[in-house]
Design a protein around this ligand. Structure first.
Ligand code: C5P
Length: 232
């Protein structure tokens, strides 16, 4: 388990993702496959990307009753991904069920990471729509603690939250952080961002970068720049 850059492969279909991954000839990046690509192309695309030598974070954010999540995680574990996730809001029994389902007969399993609060949910929505009066920062740390206690490996969070999560859950609890931009790059719709170098300083374990790499004129150079800044 070490620091790494994960490329968010937010492409609409198979052809686009393989055109992109075909650019990487020597170092095969760790990639994130999300719902869009998974639902469009199915499990076959996960097997194919794996066969090409990439590590995979399968970002499907499961949230259902413990039994369903346990059985679904057993299916995902058979795809041989390296990391997958769920919503901490599904609570401890669901998180424990997920771990049980993910664990293969030989005891190995992909890393399991929890989503705490989606960054698209603000405090007003929490208060008025979800009737949760607690400040977001507090719920993020509380959900992270629940995830750690359930035995999960880490959380997806903003790099701005990485230090707090490590303080509360321990330095071995992984922080996987999107919202990363190059100092001279476009922010797009990401509001609270850090550069790869800053994310390294605050102790992020993995950074997730999509458009600054996938949309770059030279994606391979952008990836190597991110690795140089983040990993050194
Ligand atoms: O293109 P960009 O670098 O913004 O991509 C970031 C990736 O991380 C996207 O796949 C996005 O869905 C994901 N993500 C995020 N913020 C969160 C959780 C996930 O940007 N809070």
């Amino acid at each position: 388990m070490g620091k790494d850059v994960i490329i968010a492969c937010d492409f609409a279909g198979e052809r686009e993702v393989f055109d992109f991954l075909g650019l990487f000839r020597d170092r095969k990046p760790f990639v994130k496959i999300g719902m869009e690509l998974f639902y469009a192309a199915g499990p076959a695309i996960v097997r194919e990307i794996k066969k090409r030598g990439h590590r995979i974070f399968l970002d499907l954010k499961l949230h259902d009753i413990p039994n369903t999540v346990r059985k679904t995680m057993a299916v995902l574990s058979g795809l041989d991904v390296d990391m997958t996730n769920l919503h901490a809001a599904g609570a401890s029994a669901m998180m424990r069920g997920a771990l049980e389902g993910l664990t293969r007969p030989d005891g190995s399993r992909p890393l399991l990471i929890a989503v705490t609060q989606l960054t698209s949910t603000d405090e007003e929505t929490m208060r008025k729509e979800l009737l949760i009066p607690t400040p977001i920062a507090e719920t993020v740390l509380h959900y992270a603690k629940n995830a750690a206690q359930a035995g999960l490996d880490g959380v997806v969070c903003s790099p701005l939250e990485a230090e707090g999560v490590h303080r509360v859950c321990g330095s071995g609890f992984l922080t996987v952080t999107p919202g990363v931009r190059f100092a001279d790059g476009e922010r797009g719709d990401q509001k609270r961002v850090m550069t790869p170098a800053e994310a390294r300083l605050v102790g992020s374990d993995y950074i997730v970068m999509g458009r600054p790499i996938t949309g770059a004129a030279d994606p391979v150079a952008a990836y190597h720049r991110a690795c140089a800044e983040f990993i050194g």
